[in-house]
Design a protein. Structure first.
Length: 275
């Protein structure tokens, strides 16, 4: 009796036929690593920009466990669709360098303290995701080998290719640059298809919708529109990086459950910034 070995042509043919059958039966377009890539996905690799303030939940400071658990569940949900997912996280729930600088602190010192706040948030998000059974790596722009991996572009891309979620912390590692700029830079380096900018409002408005109930929401904007109108979505440096490299940005409401999945599946939500 013939017994097929792992390297035999028979086993190879069986694997190919299995993949084809899965595509036909469940409508999936690709088998990738340990996950099945859903044909509904609009992107293959995304960078999600999370603000530190979002981790506060209903609180006024720090990390609310229920809030970070909810975000972790949504990130894992899109990851299991087969999407390569990277995250840049802010630190405003713990310390904002620019605010401290405005009150007299040395700007470089204040910004480095803000970078350390993003490390705390990144580690908390890593723990929340790992408790859901998904592999994740934290990569820092400031060396701290006992805590997280140093950021190396090729290693980050390899983690994504091996179906690991990657969390980038410590901004760019340099003062005077925001985590928005870090998000734009990292997205370009890992060749992400889009930046998903998760905020507390459902897009970009011509004025603050909290204080102005008549504020107008935009469905689409160009990079120049954002810069010329002075819209507070991302800082000018981040917008310029995206504009120079034609990297689209989608701004949407993070507080509505399921919006991250809607965004990666290409549904019309929030405001899209591009050429």
């Amino acid at each position: 009796m013939y017994v097929a070995t792992e390297g035999s042509a028979l086993v190879v043919r069986v694997k190919i036929c299995t993949c084809i059958a899965l595509k036909k039966i469940v409508g999936f377009s690709n088998i990738k690593g340990g996950n099945i890539l859903d044909s509904k996905l609009a992107f293959k690799r995304v960078l999600l920009k999370l603000s530190g303030e979002a981790l506060m939940g209903a609180g006024e400071y720090g990390i609310e466990p229920s809030a970070i658990s909810g975000f972790a569940e949504e990130i894992v949900e899109i990851h299991k669709l087969g999407l390569q997912t990277a995250v840049v996280i802010g630190g405003g729930n713990i310390f904002r360098g620019i605010t401290a600088s405005a009150k007299g602190m040395d700007r470089s010192t204040a910004d480095h303290m803000g970078m350390l706040a993003t490390v705390i948030n990144g580690l908390a998000l890593q723990d929340a995701i790992e408790r859901l059974g998904v592999k994740v790596r934290v990569m820092t722009a400031i060396s701290m080998h006992e805590v997280a991996e140093p950021y190396i572009r090729r290693r980050a891309v390899r983690h994504l290719e091996k179906d690991r979620i990657v969390i980038f912390v410590a901004g760019t590692g340099n003062p005077f640059f925001s985590t928005d700029t870090a998000a734009a830079l990292r997205a370009m380096e890992i060749q992400a298809d889009i930046i998903l900018k998760a905020t507390k409002v459902d897009g970009i408005y011509d004025s603050d919708p909290v204080t102005n109930p008549k504020a107008k929401r935009f469905d689409k904007l160009t990079y120049l529109d954002v810069l010329q109108k002075g819209l507070k979505v991302m800082d000018a440096a981040a917008i310029s990086v995206c504009m120079d490299n034609n990297l689209p940005i989608l701004v949407f409401n993070l507080t509505e459950r399921g919006n991250i999945k809607r965004a990666v599946c290409g549904e019309e939500i929030g405001t899209r910034v591009g050429n």
